[in-house]
Design a protein around this ligand. Structure first.
Ligand code: PPS
Length: 571
């Protein structure tokens, strides 16, 4: 059988096994950068050719071109900045022309970066151009400003070894492994389906139709790197995909897992996904309505138009090298007991059209309600129910925030006792003062130390939530961005209920239960919240309570009512 372009091997950045062994020893002497989870995903796709034509992390000139007009400095199409962001402290220790070792989180050397560029990016500009707005409601913009380091390093990569994965090994393929598979199977045309959600009957139907339309074989290509905060975890999803895979004719369809860190950049992301699929040997890709959409912006509107992604893909199709198959919005027609493309139903006045949105599905799972057979496969529903039990059986976190002396600890203690009286789930109180004694005794009150303190509390609370318990946290937690990152950490496992104890500064100072405000006013305690350090009041707390003229019992009861209304406890 003759080879087609999607069968030929693609170039990787790995050196031979022997050279890798040698380099590993030599690299032990080099300065080391411990990669973040997102950087590990990026590095894997750089090294295995998934990000071809990139040969490393972007140089400053390439970055500028990509940000401004989606082109590398040599004119090639590339829509997404793939940059190595580092801390200022690390950046000070390295210079252009130097090699550094890139290590995974256990310290294993994965690659060497030969630095050609070091610069401080204009992040606001990057956000505007790449994500369409410098709005922290966009997950990638939030990441850019609050998680990514302030300095970028660029330069070519020498690949030493692939990041290690212990899960679903048999389902992970490099671009060349997929290309070889397509070659072996004689699949000349392959349509890829990118997804970060579980597949239900509508997806099965639309992917099947897309493949038929393109007269192509089908690759289900789910992202298992990083997706949108709050998505179903990839372990659950992969078990769901395995179940759906059995519903396709075996010889037409395969599935492979992609360790991509998504950015949710809508149109640019669709173009990027197309290039990545081309590199994996696919000739076609399905692009849906609101492809890789990040949700609503700060004004409550969609970041991108529903078909912006399809438009940008179409404009760049020749350079992407992968053809777009438009996603058909499939709905269930009850009378004919089948899925049909919504825009092709001519007798819509005489038939019953059924559909369940993602939000409605989550509600049904949360509340333990029925999910009909026409909507999904029983195996998928069972799997989802296993990881998303009804809310009243899940763990959750109540996170009090407010000024010192606002009454957080007192309400938190009362709440703990009330929840223990109800029983059913273990309750842990992570009070500000107590945490500082046991978990964070070495920390002070600088912004950096407060952030570390809150991240620690968030981490412990997320573990408690994951394991089905109730965590009650009561630190000051004065910074919005840190509270948000804790929220994201916890919402991966259960509900996060933020309670702003909004007792005014005047009231807290008048009470001055610990005598700290007086000392702060006299300058004897530095960086005191509300006096000489900021408190950023929450704007999206689930509940606001003020302890002035209201007794503690009543405040704690308000929290209980909130938990009931959210379905977290049964009345
Ligand atoms: S933070 O900002 O969330 O890390 O603070 P937290 O861990 O909740 O610690 C707050 C308690 O530490 C005492 N304390 C101070 N608070 C604010 N600013 C300064 N500089 C400071 N120094 C000591 C204070 O008693 C806080 O306790 P609460 O329970 O909030 O009154």
């Amino acid at each position: 059988m003759s080879q087609t372009p999607n069968h030929a091997p693609i170039s990787e950045l790995y050196v031979s096994y022997e050279s890798a062994q040698k380099l590993k020893v030599e690299a032990a002497e080099l300065p080391s950068w411990d990669l973040t989870p997102r950087q590990i995903c990026d590095l894997e796709l750089l090294m295995n050719g998934g990000f071809n034509p990139l040969k490393g992390f972007l140089s400053e000139a390439d970055y500028d071109g990509v940000v401004e007009n989606m082109r590398l400095s040599d004119g090639q199409l590339w829509p997404m900045p793939i940059t190595l962001d580092v801390s200022e402290k690390f950046a000070e220790t390295v210079a252009d022309g130097q090699d550094i070792a890139l290590r995974d989180q256990e310290g294993v050397i994965l690659a060497i970066l030969s630095i050609t560029d070091k610069w401080v990016p204009n992040k606001a500009r990057e956000a505007e151009k790449v994500f369409g707005a410098d709005d922290p409601a966009h997950p990638a913009v939030n990441y850019l400003h609050n998680q990514a380091g302030p300095v970028y390093l660029g330069g070519p990569i020498t690949g030493i070894q692939q990041p290690v994965h212990y899960d679903f090994k048999g389902r992970r393929d490099t671009p060349n492994e997929l290309r070889a598979y397509f070659r072996k199977m004689g699949w000349r045309k392959v349509v890829a389906f990118q997804t970060r959600n579980p597949l239900h009957r509508a997806h099965q139907e639309l992917t099947f139709r897309a493949a038929k339309e393109a007269q192509a074989n089908l690759l289900i290509h789910p992202v298992v790197g990083l997706t949108k905060p709050g998505d179903v975890d990839h372990f659950t999803r992969v078990r769901c995909y395995e179940a759906v895979l059995d519903k396709y004719p075996q010889s037409t369809t395969t599935m492979s897992l992609l360790n991509l860190a998504m950015r949710m950049a809508g149109p640019r992301e669709a173009v990027w996904h197309g290039i990545i699929r081309r590199n994996h040997g696919c000739t076609h890709m399905i692009v849906g309505r609101d492809h890789a959409g990040p949700g609503k912006n700060s004004a409550g509107e969609d970041f991108y138009g529903p078909y912006d992604a399809q438009e940008l893909f179409r404009e760049n199709q020749a350079d992407i090298g992968c053809e777009m198959v438009d996603f058909k919005h499939m709905v269930y027609v009850q009378e004919r007991a089948q899925y049909e493309p919504n825009d092709e139903i001519e007798d819509r006045d005489n038939v019953t059209i059924l559909n369940i949105s993602g939000t409605e599905l989550r509600r049904r799972l949360r509340e333990g309600l029925e999910i009909p057979e026409w909507f999904s496969f029983p195996e998928v529903v069972t799997e989802l129910r296993r990881t998303s039990p009804p809310r009243a059986k899940q763990g959750f976190t109540v996170f009090f925030t407010g000024l010192s002396g606002s009454g957080k600890s007192t309400i938190a203690n009362a709440l703990m006792v009330k929840l223990m009286e109800m029983g059913g789930r273990p309750v842990t109180l992570l009070d500000g003062d107590v945490v500082r004694k046991h978990l964070s005794s070495e920390l002070g009150f600088s912004k950096e130390h407060r952030d570390i303190n809150i991240q620690r509390i968030g981490y412990v609370a997320s573990e408690i939530t994951k394991n089905g318990g109730i965590a009650i946290c009561a630190p000051i937690a004065p910074y919005t961005a840190t509270r948000r990152s804790v929220r994201e950490m916890i919402e991966a496992y259960g509900a996060f209920v933020e309670v702003h104890v909004a007792t005014s500064l005047e009231e807290c100072e008048a009470r001055d239960r610990k005598g700290l405000y007086k000392l702060a006013r006299e300058g004897k305690i530095k960086e005191f919240t509300g006096i000489s350090d900021p408190y950023e009041a929450p704007t999206n707390a689930e509940l606001i309570v003020d302890t002035k003229d209201v007794d503690v019992d009543h405040c704690a009861h308000q929290v209980i009512l909130k938990l009931e209304s959210l379905g977290l406890i049964k009345g």
